[in-house]
Design a protein around this ligand. Structure first.
Ligand code: PLP
Length: 517
């Protein structure tokens, strides 16, 4: 890693090539990129470090490697890009103090390459749970800063261990899992999921209605590709788990967000759902139990959603991956159990309940009015065949995981880690002046509200970046969950109490003086 800072490297390379600020701004403009004068001055003075897309632009314009520019990592060769050539002919001055030895290629033109751009299909796709604030955290970590990462619900790094029996059973069966399975999944896995569906009163489910996937994530994407025609509208909660919105957009559809109401314990606002239905609405997505709010929907709410779906002929897509992580005696009701006459798809998996997010195993259950979806199911089946099958060793433990003792339960009661960590975080957040939070009933997320007036917050991503820079704590701002105002953020309360206590103290300390410019 280089010893000089980003600002120094930027300045050095500009000096070295005789490029003035105005040249760079004009060149950016010519490529359709916005680069303001004060923005560039701030980078050069070391006051701020640009977002990854700006680093990309700067690196392209200057003809240096992005990694070198941001982290000082020295690539094996540093190609000059077309833009850099056009900007200024590189001038070498013997006295320039560069932290790397830049060697102009013998024949720079021979290294000219067309620029490969990402597909325009991705233009409006957002997935900030691993977005720009996370990129900045990664950059800081590369510089040796320790960052507490509360951005993603990944239990293993926080000491949540997979039940021994699950690991032993996978080990035992590994040699039998070398080939592809049926594209939907192993018989044993689908049988166990089918029985799980029966116990949950999800109607009309046979083995053929069950598909395993490399996590629920793969199946959300697969379904959206199968379901969505260009311009179809899909109702999605706000806040959401952002993969839903991203996959609808990627599939060419229009995500239409309905509000979940903080004042009503984050339940979906039924009137708002009604208002957003148009002739193009095809499906409604619910996330129950909810990420990021921890809400668990009561029967009456679910019945109202079913009634809306019934009167507007919508299919119901229900993400229930946290159905086995419920606290305080609440019961989870699968919405599909209330809608035998509608076509429903229920998604779940073992990433969270069995702390095996890395094994990649999830499933979806098609239920209810299967006849109404025959053609769609053919499409789903084709896409399932196209990916051959999901990870077979992970499928081999579904039966073990779903049957017998559920060790996760001990985390969810007083004295259990998830329960106690929730209590701590909930109390601590509500004691910070300017922060309030609804108590989550399930999962391991809390979605607190910030008093934006008090802190003059207009940009929640900036708030997350400022907290990251000052306290080295990584949170995802509400924007990352398609929340419409800059007044929320999500905390993952997976770390142990000691770490959470420190983190809450840091947050309180940070907010005691924070005012956004
Ligand atoms: N759905 C929700 C609501 C989630 O929170 C997550 C992961 O955090 C997923 C789906 C993805 O889970 P998987 O690991 O099964 O892909």
């Amino acid at each position: 890693m280089g010893t000089t800072s980003f600002a120094q490297r930027l300045k050095n390379v500009m000096d070295d090539r005789g490029i003035k600020q105005v040249d760079l701004i004009r060149a950016a403009e010519a490529c359709g990129k916005k680069l303001g004068k004060s923005q560039l001055s701030q980078y050069l003075s070391g006051k701020t470090i640009p977002r990854s897309d700006v680093v990309h632009t700067l690196a392209q314009l200057l003809g240096v490697s992005e990694n070198w520019l941001i982290q000082g990592e020295l690539p094996s060769s540093i190609p000059i890009s077309h833009e850099a050539q056009d900007l200024k002919t590189p001038k070498r001055s013997a006295s320039t103090d560069l932290s790397f030895q830049y060697t102009p290629p013998q024949n720079p033109r021979s290294t000219l390459m067309r620029q490969f751009k990402k597909s325009s299909k991705l233009d409006n796709v957002l997935y900030d749970v691993r977005g720009p604030v996370v990129d900045e955290a990664a950059r800081m970590e590369a510089e040796g800063v320790r960052v507490l990462k509360l951005n993603i619900g990944n239990p293993a790094p926080f000491g949540f261990r997979t039940p021994d029996e699950v690991v032993q059973d996978m080990r035992q069966q590994l040699t039998e899992c070398e080939g592809y399975s049926d594209s939907r999944g192993l018989f044993s896995a689908r049988k166990a999921i089918m029985q799980y569906a029966q116990l949950n009163r999800i109607p009309n489910v046979g083995l053929d209605q069950i598909y395993t996937g490399n996590g629920v994530s793969e199946l959300i994407n697969l379904c959206m590709q199968a379901i969505v025609e260009t311009g179809d509208e899909i109702l999605i909660p706000s806040p959401d788990y952002p993969l839903w919105t991203a996959c609808v957009t990627l599939a060419g559809g229009t995500p239409v967000h309905y509000i979940c109401d903080e004042e009503a314990e984050w339940n979906p606002d039924i009137d708002d759902i009604r208002k957003r239905i148009t002739p193009r609405t095809k499906a409604i997505v619910i996330i129950n139990p909810n990420n990021p709010t921890g809400a668990v929907y009561a029967r009456e709410i679910l019945e109202e959603i079913v009634s809306i779906a019934r009167s507007h002929q919508l299919m119901i897509l229900s993400d229930e991956i946290y159905d086995r992580l419920i606290m305080d005696g609440y019961t989870h009701i699968p919405i599909a159990s209330l809608a035998p006459d509608l076509f429903c798809i229920t998604f779940s998996g073992l990433s969270k309940s069995h702390m095996i997010a890395g094994f990649r195993i999830g499933w979806m259950i098609l239920s209810g009015n299967i006849r109404a979806a025959q053609d769609l199911i053919e499409g789903i089946h084709m896409l399932s065949n196209m990916r051959l099958c999901s990870n077979v060793p992970a499928q081999s433990v579904v039966q073990t995981a779903l049957g017998g003792h559920q060790s996760v339960n001990s985390y969810l009661v007083p004295g259990g880690r998830i329960f106690d960590q929730r209590e701590l975080v909930y109390e601590a957040l509500n004691q910070i002046p300017g922060i309030s939070a609804v108590k989550p009933k399930a999962a391991f997320y809390i979605f607190p509200k910030i008093d934006t007036k008090k802190f003059n917050i207009t940009n929640d991503e900036q708030f997350a970046l400022d907290l990251l820079h000052e306290k080295h704590v990584l949170l995802v701002p509400g924007k990352g969950f398609n929340w419409h105002k800059p007044d929320h953020f999500r905390v993952v309360y997976l770390p142990r109490r000691r770490v959470l206590t420190e983190c809450m103290e840091d947050l309180a300390d940070f907010l005691s003086t924070y005012r956004q410019n």
